[in-house]
Design a protein around this ligand. Structure first.
Ligand code: FES
Ligand SMILES: [Fe+2]
Length: 402
């Protein structure tokens, strides 16, 4: 179990205060590895992703003509114009639109119109400022400062637990970005507990059992495991719900195999997954979900044939704004073609389009943020089903200490 206390309070200022957000910008974000992109978006030379991380850093992740993946501050070194505006794409050359200074895909200054006019200022090797960038299992991470640990060390517990899933074979199918009027921790907290499932997602109780949930902390991170394909104690043990049928179909199993009895689901699910050549997972793992809180601001949910990543990215100045990304991955059998991912960005405050479960989550998140403003509320009261939230906040506090 958790090394942290099992219950505790959290003052609401952490979700509202500009001073707390400023302290996080200074002391938290530059000291952690942050998820920057799915590797599927940057596999070919010239492909790139832009993403704002840690509030202030506008980051360009780009694969060079030499095949190397790099991360740069996305800013022209002439007058400071943002270099690339598109969220993703493919470039032949990196040319600043304002005066056409040109950079190689590897970050070197290649051409300056009227170079003589700059004297020594445009001479010598000039490069875009580079950031540490590393990959793990189909994901690109960036560090905004000087990493105390390599990405492999930072993610070691995760790498060990998720190795048998072969996440490299999970292809990005969909990426959605929402701009939410809430603090990044308000939304992160919701994805760090399943206590709300019975109240907010009762339609899931026929296929997932929140009482099976076990939380274990691993350094700064925390893992939840829970059974899937088995109704919770609050649900009818026999009834085949729409959600259970959906779960089976999503995993390549035919719900007809249940013969109208939900109790057969684990067996039907396992047979279908084994038939797809999934051999490295144990029988238990085939009917298990794993949800990793990747400290501080990412949640990765992994199942035998699919995965979902949620990222919570703070706004540069407003503690009550967050860019929220939902990335959906699907396992592709080795040798099969990977799908072309769909990438979309939604307007500020728009939450429809994230799918029923996430929409229901986000509606709650925004109502929590509104409630925090009430003079009638001082602090959160967290119980033992919310240990991952306590662990995340306690770890953030350790980073913020001078
Ligand atoms: S600001 Fe980029 S070329 Fe002038
Ligand atoms: Fe939820």
């Amino acid at each position: 179990m958790s090394s942290e206390a099992e219950t505790g309070t959290i003052p609401k200022e952490r979700y509202l205060s500009p001073a707390v957000a400023a302290a996080e910008r200074e002391r938290l974000w530059p000291r952690v590895w942050l998820h920057a992109a799915a590797l599927d978006l940057v596999r070919e030379p010239g492909t790139f992703v832009t993403v704002r991380l840690g509030g202030v850093a506008d980051v360009l992740v780009i694969r060079g003509g030499d095949g190397e993946l790099r991360a740069f501050h996305n800013v022209c070194q002439h007058r400071g114009r943002q270099l690339v505006e598109a969220p993703r794409g493919r470039l032949q050359q990196l040319r600043c639109p304002l005066h056409h200074w040109q950079w190689t895909l590897e970050g070197d200054l290649a051409h300056v119109p009227e170079r003589d006019a700059f004297g020594a200022l445009a001479e010598g090797p000039i490069r875009l400022p580079e950031l540490r960038c590393a990959t793990w299992a189909g994901h690109v991470f960036v560090h905004l400062g000087e990493p105390a640990e390599s990405l492999a060390e930072w993610l070691a517990p995760l790498t060990d637990a998720l190795g048998p899933y072969g996440l490299e074979d999970y292809a990005l199918v969909d990426q959605k970005t929402f701009e939410l009027p809430c603090n990044w921790k308000t939304v992160a907290d919701l994805f760090n507990e399943a206590y709300h499932v019975a109240a907010v997602h009762p339609y899931l109780l026929g296929m997932v059992d929140p009482s099976s949930l076990a939380a274990v902390t691993h350094g700064p991170h925390c893992e939840h495991t829970f059974t899937i394909g088995r109704p919770s104690a609050q649900a009818d043990p026999v009834e085949v719900t729409e959600a259970l049928e959906g779960l089976l179909r999503d995993n390549g199993a035919d719900p007809a195999g249940l013969d109208g009895d939900a109790r057969r689901a684990p067996e039907v699910l396992r047979a279908a997954l084994r038939a797809q050549g999934i051999e490295r997972l144990s029988d238990d793992e085939l009917t298990m979900g794993r949800s990793w809180m990747l400290f501080p601001s990412q949640t990765l949910n992994v199942y035998p044939t699919n995965a979902m990543l949620h990222r919570h990215r703070p706004h540069p100045t407003d503690p009550e704004r967050t860019s929220f990304d939902q990335l959906t991955f699907r396992r592709v059998a080795p040798g099969d073609e990977r799908p072309i991912p769909k990438v979309s960005r939604y307007a500020v405050d728009e939450i429809e389009g994230s799918g029923k479960v996430t929409e229901d989550d986000l509606a709650q998140v925004l109502a929590v943020q509104r409630g925090m403003h009430s003079p009638g509320f001082e602090h959160l009261r967290l119980g033992r089903f919310e240990v991952a939230i306590l662990h995340m906040h306690a770890t953030v506090q350790r980073y913020l200490e001078p």
